[in-house]
Write a protein that binds this ligand. Structure first.
Ligand code: TXA
Ligand code: MG
Length: 337
């Protein structure tokens, strides 16, 4: 299949690129679209056959449920059997935005979306192109990240092309994503709200709105890929093909020195520029600020992964709530030194 890449110049649904995306979605196809976090691979969430095409294109196992994207909280309510007060508070505070809520699903949601489970993950993306498409088609869009399953998520149209070219008919190019890592996934179906996947909206921000402590359960690894837990919690996820070695700040210099000694061609991602890089070593400094770091992280991993290095060494940012999303992605993508 030929994959077209069309630039989007406006959020107006009459834009020719958006029109083409709408036409393909209405014809039952999947389309890659920009969101504020990462690019998503979208299809009609209410049609099981169309959602199945997402799984096929990504090579995604069917026990991994997908997120459903809506234009408003009102639309979300049509897809659930319960809308707790805490959902109202959170959507008032954070939608549109990078917060996904797991709630009890209604019959409108096909089983393939939820991997057969009785809960559905819902979010309203803060991206004018995504919102204008959902508005125009009139149904919610199922959309996981637009990459082959297990690989680094895409934050540009070129990243999507690298991963899915030939497998999908259209990529809408809306420029680089602002957020850079996937949304926070919060389970609201238990006795208390639990973070299944940390993201830009962190535990402290959620706690302030909810008025109670919010537990991040993403660090406790499940033994199996239970459909009710976020498979984002499973090992190898978000991973480059090159071996990715992680080091706490205190150990990074030692890990680098060992890589150089062993004659390896290494790329280093660190929080500060450090000394002049040694031979065979490429050092990239990412900003010491979670938001700015997140925006650049996947693009940096994509870039280093294209260079056929022996190893990528990455400094882990501090173990604090505001860095939790980034640490989570790095720990899933790499191995400790
Ligand atoms: O920012 C994002 O969330 C991006 C953009 C495209 O919206 N989407 C995304 O989708 O990251 P995906 O499929 O790559 O990740 C969805 C995560 C997975 O960890 C999945 O297991 C979890 O959400 N999830 C989906 N439905 C769930 C459910 N019913 N219960 C628990 N976790 C669920
Ligand atoms: Mg993904």
């Amino acid at each position: 299949m030929e994959t077209k890449v069309l630039e989007v110049h406006t959020n107006d649904s009459h834009d020719p690129a958006i029109q083409e995306a709408i036409r393909l979605l209405q014809a039952g196809e999947v389309v890659a679209i920009p969101t504020e976090t990462v690019y998503g691979l979208a299809a009609n969430a209410l049609d099981a056959d169309m959602v199945r095409k997402i799984f096929v294109a990504k090579g995604r196992p069917e026990n991994n449920p997908v997120i459903v994207h809506v234009a408003t909280a009102e639309n979300a309510k049509e897809l659930v059997t319960e809308w707790p007060e805490v959902a109202q508070k959170l959507t008032d505070a954070f939608w549109p935005g990078p917060l996904t809520l797991v709630l009890k699903k209604s019959k409108a949601v096909p089983d393939i979306v939820t991997a057969g489970g009785d809960t559905v993950a819902l979010r309203c993306p803060a991206h004018p192109v995504a919102l204008s498409i959902i508005d125009a088609v009139g149904y919610p869009l199922a959309a996981p990240s637009a990459n082959m399953s297990g690989y680094i998520s895409p934050t540009t149209a070129a990243h999507v092309e690298k991963s899915l070219s030939g497998r999908i008919p259209l990529i809408l190019d809306g420029g680089p994503c602002d957020g850079g890592i996937e949304s926070t996934v919060l389970n609201l179906t238990g006795s208390q709200p639990e973070i299944l996947r940390p993201g830009a909206i962190d535990a402290d921000m959620l706690a302030k709105v909810i008025g109670a402590e919010v537990v991040d359960v993403s660090k406790a690894k499940p033994a199996t890929a239970d459909a009710l837990l976020s498979p984002g919690q499973l090992d190898t996820h978000y991973a480059p093909r090159t071996r990715l070695v992680l080091a706490e700040a205190a150990d990074i210099d030692g890990v680098m020195a060992r890589a150089i000694e062993s004659g390896k061609r290494a790329g280093v991602i660190a929080l500060n520029a450090g000394d002049k890089p040694a031979d065979g070593l490429q050092r990239i400094a990412l900003p010491n600020d979670p938001k700015a770091y997140a925006k650049d992280l996947y693009a940096t991993l994509h870039k280093l992964d294209e260079q056929n290095l022996d190893v990528i060494v990455c400094e882990l940012p501090p173990d604090t709530p505001e860095w939790a999303g980034i640490r989570n992605r790095l720990l899933r993508a790499g191995v400790p030194a």
